[in-house]
Design a protein around this ligand. Structure first.
Ligand SMILES: *Cc1c(COP(=O)(O)O)cnc(C)c1O
Length: 347
């Protein structure tokens, strides 16, 4: 199906918009097995955006951005990316038969993401600088050259991404009370809020409080100033000057929500918990949503009886070296016989 087909009535599409799809959207909303019951929140859910075709929520917006680029006559798209945007851009460009160019900051992009962009056939340009610099170069490029910018400053990206809110409301039957979400460039929190508001106007199912979390070393919105050298293990939210800063603050204020920080230690702890107690393997940035919930719950905020959703933004396979370095259990190397295997298991 895909988001264009499923939600055409809610999207800025016309009869001239190509119906692109790689089957994005329709991702699972999974009820927590252990963490929710332990916190006294039986209605804790995880929205598994890592189940999208390229492994992150970026696909929801990219399908629409690429379709509109084609409708508007572009033969080439461009983005700056910490990884997932480039993977999505490259995939949808390939499926639409147009060219993609991606600018990535040197050393800041995980191997899994970079290998996707390369495999899908994007022109990958590694910039000797940070993401924020790559984005300003991309913005300048499209002023001069005939390419469509598909970063989240492209309004169609957020239009596509808002469809995740529709799915959550449809699946639960009501809006959640709180939505926890990682914040990097702040496009996704903006898109979800837009989606919840639009759906509430049509269906009167309510809206949640938007609970956004930046990494402590990359927290421009919380600090109220740009961060020159953002620093966190969560590369997808390693952003010092968010493109959707103002609209994220609006989402926070209109929803009576908050934007706060979580430390790398809290992110890693939640990342482990998701894998080991829920069977959900995500990339580090994605665990910032649960880390935020745990931070508030540990500080005494009472969520009992609430419907709570944590958005799990990307797939763990994006960043396999992070898993190898941070997982608690390591592979055991033994000789190839049953005694050695049993000995290694202590049985
Ligand atoms: C892009 C991304 C984010 C951050 O989303 P923003 O819209 O930039 O705030 C978080 N997690 C993952 C996995 C991402 O790819």
């Amino acid at each position: 199906m895909g988001v264009i087909d499923s939600y055409a009535d809610y999207l800025p599409v016309t009869e001239n918009t190509p119906k692109l799809s790689l089957g994005e959207g329709g991702t699972p909303l999974v009820r927590s097995s252990f963490i929710g019951p332990q916190l006294g929140i039986p209605d804790l859910y995880f929205k598994l955006e890592g189940c999208n075709p390229t492994g992150s929520f970026k696909d929801r917006g990219m399908v629409l951005a690429v379709a509109k680029a084609i409708e508007n006559g572009y033969g080439k798209i461009l983005c700056a990316s910490t990884g997932n945007t480039s993977a999505a851009a490259a995939a949808y460009a390939a499926s639409a038969g147009i060219e993609s160019v991606v600018l990535v900051p040197r050393g800041d992009v995980s191997q899994g993401k970079l290998s996707q962009a390369i495999a899908y056939g994007a022109k990958v340009i590694v910039i000797d600088g940070r993401f924020d610099t790559a984005l300003s170069i991309a913005r300048e490029m499209v002023d001069t050259f005939n390419m469509c910018l598909v970063n989240s400053v492209n309004p169609y990206r957020l239009e596509g991404q808002k469809t995740a809110s529709f799915e959550i409301v449809d699946e639960i039957g009501l809006s959640p009370d709180e939505l926890f979400i990682p914040v990097g460039n702040a496009g996704n929190i903006t898109a979800y809020w837009k989606g919840f508001k639009e759906y509430d106007e049509k269906k009167q199912k309510g809206v949640p409080r938007m609970m956004g979390f930046e990494a402590a070393g990359a927290a421009p919105i919380v600090l109220g100033r740009t961060v020159e050298s953002p620093d966190t293990i969560a590369s997808a939210i390693r952003i010092g000057n968010p493109a959707s800063w103002v609209s994220a603050e609006q989402a926070r204020d209109e929803s009576n929500g908050l934007i706060d920080t979580v430390t790398d230690e809290q992110i890693i702890e939640s990342w482990k918990k998701l894998a080991r107690s829920e069977g959900i393997f995500c990339e580090p940035a994605s665990a910032a949503s649960l880390a935020g919930l745990l931070k508030l719950a540990n500080n005494g905020t009472d969520f009992s009886g609430h419907r709570v959703v944590c958005v799990i933004t990307g797939n763990g396979l994006k960043d396999p070296s992070f898993a190898a370095e941070n997982a608690e259990s390591k592979p055991l190397n033994v000789a190839a016989n049953i005694d050695s295997v049993a000995a290694a298991l202590g049985i």
